[in-house]
Design a protein around this ligand. Structure first.
Ligand SMILES: [Zn+2]
Ligand SMILES: [Zn+2]
Length: 284
């Protein structure tokens, strides 16, 4: 491990971004807990706020599951750069750090599952694996988990412009609301489709690291703590079939049966049918 490679993954800039991410997470949580009900009490949310909430929940959620997770971390399919860019903007709008950082952490999660090096080690309890890991210094970061990702120019681009991308994800719903109903409309859309949507997507993703490593069945293997929770798939676009995913991690499907609720696999399959995805990997 050279100093040059270590610098990128554990530099003062990286640690500063970790602190920014933690502060933003706290702001989103406080904003959702206080701002959302306060606005509802005085103004109520419009149909546009709820529509934007749904659209951005789906776009940013799939940005994480299809873009960050199945494409970057697991290479379960391939796609043109512009499709990857659209997915990574969605992932950036979910406030879960850049695709480079997220996928490097996730590759380490699979490689060292349930061990000290696992960034969201579920053997340390529910809260640590859910969101507590965000608030502790991670001494096990290793640049080897990011080396393959750093060869990808779209991943490097998204990492470089992560903060402007993230901010644009809050400005966008504000502008839509503002055009509809001035400052009050802008604030409502910002709170529901920006702050509130971010809070719910964050926590749905966290449930995979916590609930899907603590409760549920292990029909595909018991070599680690991963578990299948079909009901978590309902809020995470199919990521609840986590035991299957840990046993066959490069499969583009997390729910392998046709009736498993896995919108992420449906999107990847749909993209392949119109020529926007290829090399879909699956285990029989
Ligand atoms: Zn896992
Ligand atoms: Zn995974």
């Amino acid at each position: 491990m050279t100093t040059a490679t270590l610098t990128h993954i554990d530099s003062p800039q990286t640690r500063a971004r970790d602190i920014q991410t933690t502060i933003l997470f706290l702001l989103v949580t406080v904003g959702a807990a206080i701002g959302l009900p306060t606005y509802a009490y005085y103004y109520d949310y419009s149909w546009l706020d709820w529509t934007m909430f749904a659209i951005l929940y789906i776009y940013t959620g799939l940005g994480i599951t299809v873009g960050y997770h199945r494409l970057l971390a697991h290479r379960s399919f391939d796609c043109p750069d512009w499709v990857k860019g659209v997915l990574l903007i969605g992932g950036g709008w979910a406030f879960q750090n850049s695709g480079l950082k997220w996928a490097a952490d996730h590759i380490r999660h699979h490689a060292r599952c349930d061990k000290d090096e696992d960034p969201y080690n579920a053997t340390w309890g529910f809260w640590h694996s859910h969101c507590g890991w965000l608030f502790v210094r991670d001494p096990h970061r290793d640049p080897k988990y990011a080396s393959r990702l750093k060869q990808d120019r779209v991943v490097v681009w998204q990492d470089r412009y992560y903060i402007p991308i993230l901010i644009s994800g809050l400005i966008f719903p504000f502008l839509v609301g503002f055009l509809y109903n001035g400052w009050v409309g802008g604030l409502g859309c910002f709170l529901l489709a920006g702050v509130g949507r971010t809070f719910f997507v964050l926590n749905s993703t966290f449930c995979i690291n916590s609930i899907c490593h603590i409760w549920g069945k292990q029909p595909h293997g018991t070599s680690d703590s991963s578990r299948d929770s079909w009901w978590i798939s309902l809020i995470t676009f199919g990521e609840g079939y986590h035991n299957y995913h840990h046993m066959y991690q490069s499969d583009y499907r997390n729910g392998p049966k046709w009736y498993n609720f896995d919108p992420s696999k449906w999107l990847i399959y749909g993209l392949s049918r119109i020529g926007l995805a290829k090399s879909l990997r699956r285990f029989s």
